[in-house]
Design a protein around this ligand. Sequence first.
Ligand code: ADP
Ligand code: ZN
Ligand code: ZN
Length: 737
Amino acid sequence: MKQCSEYWQIAVPTPLRKLFDYLPPQDTTLAPAPAPGTRIQVPFGARKLVAVVLGASGATDVPISRLKAVAAVLDQEPVFNTELLALLKWAAGYYHFPIGEVCQTALPVLLRRGRPQQAPGISKWSLTSQGQALALSELKRAPVQLRLLQALKQHHNGLDSKELGHHSSNWRSVIRAMINKGWVQQVEGPCLANSQTEPMAAPVRNTDQEQAVAAIVAELGHYRTFLLHGVTGSGKTEVYLAVIETALQQGRQVLVLVPEIGLTPQLVQRFRCRLAVPVAVQHSGLTDAERHCAWWMAHSGEARVLIGTRSAVFASMPQLGLVVIDEEHDGSYKQQDGFRYHARDVAIMRASRLAVPVLLGSATPSLETLYRVQQGQYHRLALSERAGAAQMPHIETVDLRKMKPSDGLSPALVEAINKRLQRGEQSLLFLNRRGYAPVLMCHQCGWLADCGRCDARLTLHSKHNSVWCHHCGYQAPIPKACPECDGVDLHPIGEGTERIEQTLAKFFPKAKIVRMDRDSTRRKGSMEKILKSVHSGEADILVGTQMLAKGHDFANVTLVGVVNADQGLYSIDFRASEKMFQQLLQVCGRAGRADKPGQVLIQTYHPDDPLFAALKTHDYQNFADYILQEREQTVFPPYAHLALLRAEAPAETAALDFVQSAHRSAQHYINQDVRVLDPLPSPMPRRAGRYRAQLMVQSRERKPLHIFIKQWLGVLEGSKDSKKVRWSLDIDPMDLY
Ligand code: ADP
Ligand code: ZN
Ligand code: ZN
């Protein structure tokens, strides 16, 4: 029911935690307010902003003379339906974040700017008949035109902006010239890569898979959280696909969330081939137009499946009937700035409100999830064996105290790689540190190269002969002499991926070595190129960071070497050992995925750490139980709920002053269930020239924590100290940095 009301309540995208009252547009006084979820344009200060109607009321607290009128109504139908709008309101309340900004998160950029809901389609460029007839030799002196012409000749349906971008960064101006010559035309195509092919056949499911599918399918139409717990390669994706197919047959849409770097072209391809329905994709690598299109496809119901990263949890899907969260333990589901939501947690809440099942998949579930299984809140389904013929890899530690490494590699690891080279198999080396070396030291006086703006060391990068700060982005040439003693005896200490790549080249001059890390995949299309060289068998040895650990299915990799497993063992972060164990198990899972057995060698100076014993027996549950006990004793999640107040400022004491005054004011609102810990400088007290401090709030129960925070936030927002710092509140923080 629409109602006639004088005051419209609007969610405006500003940092203020409240709704704003507006008068109806001047030309339509007494018109009914549009349905909640409709976009409108409002004057806000000197600007005009796109905002969302949340409701209407007959009363307002604001003096009438100060009320402004809505400038325009932008939608005929709401962008958020009742379900989604209620979810956004819940999220704004739970994360104590302004509803206006939460609503923005749920919209693609172009809709935030007021564009119509319906996406126009994606531009593509193809050859005209004149262009088709053109001989390549005519373009000898225009190499970029020649390259584009060759590419376009191979793709009769045309290429989109992203594909053209792979061929030249300057493609737009070159294409414009080619259009002017009459060789190329621009066409607007549908923005959905529609898979109309016959679906590919599924493998025959084993008993575990069959049972899992049956259990989940039985709950379609009801809320239930399932944990699908199976080692990498045990066939979890096959289970997703089977359940998704049933949900699709029932006329439902399906949302599949994947981690930030889990969204590989192979994964999307697999879904498109197996499900004969339109599949839309949403991730950070898309253009604004593509994102708009994906939103529209899901919103209009044309896309039946949406595969997306974190923010897709807020996608508009009117017939949503199943949510799948792959690698549910992955850290990238948590937004680390601004609106700090956790997509897995929001997804579970969304499913429960919608009364649909949600399926969490992982080989290494988060401790939160395992705990909820223990409590009977979630239902665990196990895939106990690898699908098909693949076996679990054999895991061993290499004791670096006894086997001295040379430039990062122990003789045992070198020998193992050598064997693979002789057998024509591939090796994968994992090291979670990019660059050449993490430290540059003067051997004369002991000086270490520091970042001037952070409490951190500079990393040596050999490619540009420079030192970089990985925290603030500072870069400088490698110093020729020590600034302390003028000595020239400067040495890199420790290893990064670049150095390991060099060491490998020294040991194996004939092998083809490829490196995969943030630096080697910066350019568009470079990641695809690296993956291709591995799949085609061209690459012999692959060295890289955690990018390698996730999701990839490399059939011919039979050796995984972990260059340094000790980085995460002794950290102040209470999640460090959980993260490290998950990462190591994931990396180990890359070995022996097909029919050849895999071997894993882990180099460490601490081979007796209980973590490795659990790792060798692939006993995740055992390890998790051990860590859970620790968490219970120290009252950390999942046995407690946390909120972290962070502050930073250029002035040395401002941040600490603010959290100290926040600590004092907390005492007025504290209830017996809530503990406010002592204010502290952050683990990295200075970053990018700003001093940082933090304050942790802890509670065994969620409810008293949120009651406390609500009152406390009101005080913080009004305090004088808060104006001198940049501050934020993180509900359920994932790391303490
Ligand atoms: P996960 O998602 O757990 O890593 P996948 O579903 O990707 O595992 O399966 C790993 C590989 O095993 C894939 O190549 C898949 O096609 C294959 N596979 C899965 N289930 C079966 C099965 N029941 N029989 C034969 N092969 C299977
Ligand atoms: Zn020196
Ligand atoms: Zn820095």
